[in-house]
Design a protein around this ligand. Structure first.
Ligand SMILES: C[S@@+](CC[C@H](N)C(=O)[O-])C[C@H]1O[C@@H](n2cnc3c(N)ncnc32)[C@H](O)[C@@H]1O
Length: 290
């Protein structure tokens, strides 16, 4: 039995891995998620890259600021800024296991990694996460340009959070909707007003996006779902988790055949932009069918 199979299920039927989100460094995060073949930052990467590039073209600016919601230890930041793959991140941290015993050593290792591998120096990535440990690590390691630990589901952003959340050109997320919903997105919009950042969220099919979509509509956004394509997130940790998730999907009227029924979580991509920006790039260009 792998470590991942020993976690309890939470109320949504997913395994509860909150514990791995709150360690002083990302070693356990990466080893556990590698066990589960977690790959949504990788499957989302080409869409994010096209999305960032479409924004740059539409607004004629190279330097852009991305806010990653539920950023954890800066996974999307590392992938997008350094053009890394998830597999490389897993290898990088696995290769440090046993060699690096102190958090400071790992921080120094990651700072060097970011300096050596940076590919898109004009891309600023800031992060929001409920986990202070993850944010502290990602900022100190220079994976994130800035970050804030806050739970916007519980209330409006504190003043120190607003300064990190504002000035966002784009807002992205992987694996986070479900933990967060419309309150968090509204808090981000309020912090940015009157600016309306473009948004791209990868959302498990068991978590409807409707409430967030409706709230965004009130701010003049149009949300489009990438059609005829799903994005693999990870495999189920256990038969128990599979059964609960299939049950939940069935209750939502979602056909799991060929997708979750094969043993993997699948996410959908939702792209939300102010109505007047929608024509800038078609959804088909952002996520061409395979
Ligand atoms: C599955 S992880 C995804 C992390 C990262 N985006 C990735 O794909 O590797 C979910 C993240 O959501 C964060 N999270 C949970 N509740 C949150 C909240 N209320 N506000 C912000 N982040 C939250 C967790 O701490 C965790 O880092």
């Amino acid at each position: 039995m792998s470590t991942a199979e020993t976690f309890e299920l939470d109320e949504t039927g997913k395994i509860d891995i909150t514990d791995i989100y709150n360690k002083p460094d990302p070693m356990v995060y990466y080893s556990t998620l590698n066990d589960l073949d977690y790959q949504i930052p990788e499957t989302a990467k080409p869409v994010f890259q096209r999305f960032i590039s479409a924004y740059r073209q539409a607004y004629g600016k190279d330097k852009v600021r991305v806010l990653d919601v539920g950023c954890s230890y800066g996974v999307n930041a590392a992938i997008l800024k350094c053009n890394l793959e998830m597999e490389q991140l897993y290898d990088i941290y696995a290769s440090q296991a046993g060699r690096i015993t102190q958090r400071d050593q790992l921080l120094a290792h990651d700072q060097t990694l970011m300096e050596e591998r940076i590919k898109d120096a004009e891309l600023e990535v800031v992060g929001l996460d409920i986990s202070k440990s993850a944010i502290d690590y990602a900022v100190a390691a220079h994976l994130l340009d800035d970050g804030v630990a806050a739970n916007l589901e519980a209330g409006a952003p504190p003043p120190e959070a607003a300064a990190v959340l504002d000035e966002a050109d784009l807002v992205i997320s992987t694996g986070c909707i479900g933990y967060v919903g419309k309150k968090t997105m509204k808090g981000i919009l309020d912090a940015n007003a009157p600016r309306r950042p473009w948004m791209a969220h990868f959302v498990l099919r068991m978590f409807p996006f409707d409430e967030i979509g409706t709230m965004l509509e009130d701010f003049g956004y149009v949300t489009e779902k990438v059609e005829n394509q799903t994005f693999v997130q990870r495999r189920f940790a256990s038969e128990d988790e599979r059964e609960h998730v299939l049950q939940r999907l069935s209750e939502l009227g979602i056909d799991a055949s060929g997708l979750e029924a094969e043993g993997w979580y699948h996410a959908e991509a939702f792209i939300s932009r102010p109505a007047e920006d929608q024509a800038a790039t078609s959804i088909g260009e952002l996520a061409p069918s395979a």
